[in-house]
Write a protein that binds this ligand. Structure first.
Ligand SMILES: C[S@@+](CC[C@H](N)C(=O)[O-])C[C@H]1O[C@@H](n2cnc3c(N)ncnc32)[C@H](O)[C@@H]1O
Length: 425
């Protein structure tokens, strides 16, 4: 069957219709006329696979990477970058309208990544039978790669060395997690899911193999928490990031924003929100290493951050000192528990940057009933949960004034948004 792709949807697929039925087809572009075969039939829609491109949409380009289409890492390399960003804006707008129930959502700024390539400062490679790469979409098949053009150059160049390392280790690992600071200091985690034999290689051995400035490596076992648990570490287990006037220590087990070209923009936009009024107390939930708490802390009387990861909170405490800020405190708590601290302190500004699942109804209710609350700055990596939460905040008299799309994840369908909410009653 043949259909024309109308638009792209969240998840990356293109939407087209055939005899009134909706089809979602990966690796298509708006305006493409494609011949497809049906791969999945559900009650309200079908999924398909391209058999032939009959006519190319105007923004279709040649993908730059030889693994594109097989490797599950990227979704939109076949689209020029401007069209990718426009598709994200349209998806965000539609989510805010349909799920967030805002008639005319104000997306007042769209900030493309200064470089849509080589932006990622970290990767989690899968390893299987000598192959190193990412899973093919929707499978556990490792697509073997020799380079990755969305990764920072030194990390992409290290892939060949990682294959050599995988073959030399007494037990083949299941994953390699690798991170590079802006100063090219690299940290590697060797992750096992099951039993493994002792590793005798030294930091220098691995450094030579990878041909990068490896400052530390660790052996990890995937734990019940879902996060790999550290068994042993060799060398330095942290690096520093210098962003604008701020310096952050980021430990091997702490979260840090992945797009090295956009962190500064994220910090600037959130800080501008904190500057628009003289706030007395800012709470930053899901604060990581203090990436937003510390900049926000410069513009408010006092600030505090709450974060579940012990590693990230240790970094955050250190980071407030090296940035010379004395008006900030941090608490290591799950938000669900930390909400009590928030209630006791009664902030007038709340910054939130949760994982993809967004906020629970309870957290939304508790934040909304803070007596001094004036504004919420909600940073989100999932427009669907963001829109769901905005609709709930609305019920509590908190409205979205404006939002900004900041493209953290070029070549993929992922969308990062900063939404500015204000308490109106
Ligand atoms: C998207 S990151 C944001 C971090 C930080 N705002 C930044 O810009 O770097 C989400 C953070 O939430 C933390 N986290 C995840 N679940 C949590 C929970 N239930 N309570 C508190 N923190 C949590 C993670 O450890 C991670 O640091």
């Amino acid at each position: 069957m043949q259909l024309e792709i109308e638009k792209l949807v969240y998840g990356g697929k293109g939407l087209g219709r055939f005899q009134g039925r909706t089809f979602f087809v990966p690796f298509t572009a708006p305006g493409d006329v494609v011949e497809i075969e049906e791969t999945l039939k559900k009650s309200g829609y079908s999924e398909g696979r391209i058999k032939k491109i009959v006519k190319k949409g105007k923004n279709r380009i040649e993908p730059r990477c030889p693994y594109f289409g097989k490797c599950g890492g990227c979704d939109w390399q076949h689209l020029d970058y401007e069209a990718q960003v426009e598709a994200k804006r349209a998806i965000l707008e539609e989510n805010l309208q349909k799920i967030g129930r805002i008639k005319k959502p104000n997306i007042d700024e769209v900030i493309p990544s200064p470089n849509p390539w080589h932006y990622r400062n970290r990767a989690q490679f899968k390893v299987k039978n000598g192959k190193v790469g990412f899973f093919a979409k929707g499978t556990h098949e490792v697509v073997d790669i020799d380079r990755c053009d969305i990764l920072k150059e030194n990390l992409s160049q290290a892939i060949k060395g990682l294959k050599k390392l995988a073959s030399l280790l007494p037990t083949e690992p299941n994953e390699f997690h690798i991170y590079s600071s802006n100063k090219d200091e690299v940290i590697l985690k060797i992750v096992y899911h099951g039993k493994f034999k002792k590793i005798d290689l030294t930091l220098d051995d691995i450094k030579d193999m990878l041909n990068v400035n490896l400052v530390g490596f660790g052996i990890y076992k995937s734990g019940e928490s879902g996060y790999p648990e550290r068994i042993k570490f060799f060398g330095k287990d942290f690096t520093y990031e210098k962003i604008d006037k701020f310096k952050f220590r980021v430990s091997a087990d702490s979260f840090f924003q992945v797009n090295r070209f956009q962190v500064e923009n994220l910090i600037k936009k959130v800080s501008q929100g904190a500057m628009e009024y003289q706030y007395l107390l800012a709470a930053d939930l899901y604060c990581g290493v203090g990436t937003l708490t510390i900049p926000v802390g410069r513009y408010v009387h006092k600030a505090f951050g709450i974060e579940a990861s012990f590693s990230a909170i240790s970094d955050a405490l250190y980071n407030k000192d090296i940035n010379g800020l004395r008006n900030i405190s941090f608490f290591c708590r799950e938000t669900e528990e930390g909400i009590e601290i928030i209630k006791e302190n009664s902030p007038d500004l709340v910054v939130i940057d949760p994982p993809r699942s967004g906020l629970s109804q309870r957290i939304i209710r508790e934040i909304s009933s803070l007596p001094r609350l004036k504004r919420i700055i909600y940073v989100s990596c999932n427009p669907a949960t963001l829109a769901r939460d905005i609709a709930l905040f609305y019920q509590h008299g908190i409205h979205m004034e404006k939002s900004k799309l900041i493209d953290m994840f070029p070549q993929t369908y992922h969308i990062e948004t900063i939404a500015f909410l204000r308490k109106v009653r």
